[in-house]
Design a protein around this ligand. Structure first.
Ligand SMILES: Nc1ncnc2c1ncn2[C@@H]1O[C@H](COP(=O)(O)OP(=O)(O)OP(=O)(O)O)[C@@H](O)[C@H]1O
Length: 244
């Protein structure tokens, strides 16, 4: 279970996350939504122990990640699938991560199979498509068989078959009792995959919604548009008749 408690992150003049508290329980897929620049990645980085909060804390299973003895077994993280080392092969990268976490190397091959990359295991990461890198990032997150997963936009770049696969995978991981926190801009995807959605805007909590309690006929997108309408920093202009 993830608990964010009054998390705040400032980057000089920018307050990326502002006194944000929420929970992501075990056994559920918690969607994490918000407009561009609303602080989703900054929050996920702090929960995953990759950034220090300016104030507040994030705990996983009751403790900050640094206090867990085997972090890879506690939480699996995929934040930016493009950040994997391009010169390594998919298999070498996963085996290297496994070795760092004292995880048997054969787990790397099992996961390449599971995410559909067995045929690309010997290819350089730099030669993989974005969707293939997403699959590799998901494999890396699953290496330690963690009880908590944090995935930033995991369906970005995936083909329809891949999107379905991620949807089923997230549901399965939650059914196994794991905590799954997943960000996406795709509200229809959230509607199908998540049990609950945490919505933020300008770094602040706007709503925590249990999808089972939505009024009939109300979509996640309806709620999202309603609660974020005053919180988006960026909104595309409508092209006027004189635009061209
Ligand atoms: N390292 C950094 N230095 C300065 N500003 C930062 C840094 N990281 C994030 N920010 C700023 O913090 C705010 C939140 O960014 P963040 O990436 O967390 O948002 P996001 O919700 O993940 O956005 P998106 O949906 O576009 O991916 C933005 O204004 C961003 O410019």
């Amino acid at each position: 279970m993830i608990e964010a408690l009054h998390l705040t992150k400032r980057h000089r003049a920018v307050t990326a996350v502002d006194d944000l508290s929420f929970t992501a329980p075990d056994g559920q897929v918690t969607g994490f939504a918000g407009p561009n620049g609303s602080g989703k990645t900054s929050t996920m980085r702090m929960v995953a122990g990759l950034d220090h909060p300016t104030s507040g804390t994030a705990v996983i299973d009751g403790r900050p990640l640094r206090e867990h003895r085997a972090p890879q077994r506690v939480v699996g993280v995929m934040l930016d699938a493009r950040s994997s080392p391009e010169a390594m092969t998919a298999r070498a990268h996963l085996r290297w991560l496994a070795a760092a976490g004292r995880i048997p190397g054969r787990r790397a091959d099992e996961l390449l199979e599971e995410v559909g990359l067995a045929g690309a295991a010997s290819r350089r990461i730099g030669a993989l498509s974005l969707g293939m890198r997403q699959r590799l990032g998901i494999a890396a997150a699953l290496l330690g068989d963690p009880g908590t997963l944090i995935l930033d936009e995991p369906v970005n770049g995936l083909d329809p078959d891949g999107v379905r696969w991620v949807r089923r995978l997230l549901r399965r991981l939650a059914a196994e009792g794991r905590c799954v926190l997943v960000s996406s801009h795709l509200m229809a995807e959230m509607q199908q995959t998540a049990d609950r959605v945490v919505m933020i805007g300008a770094g602040r909590l706007l709503a925590e919604i249990d999808l089972g309690e939505l009024a009939p006929g109300t979509s996640v997108e309806d709620v999202y548009v309603q609660v974020t309408s005053h919180a988006a920093q960026y909104r595309a202009g409508t092209m006027g008749g004189n635009a061209w």
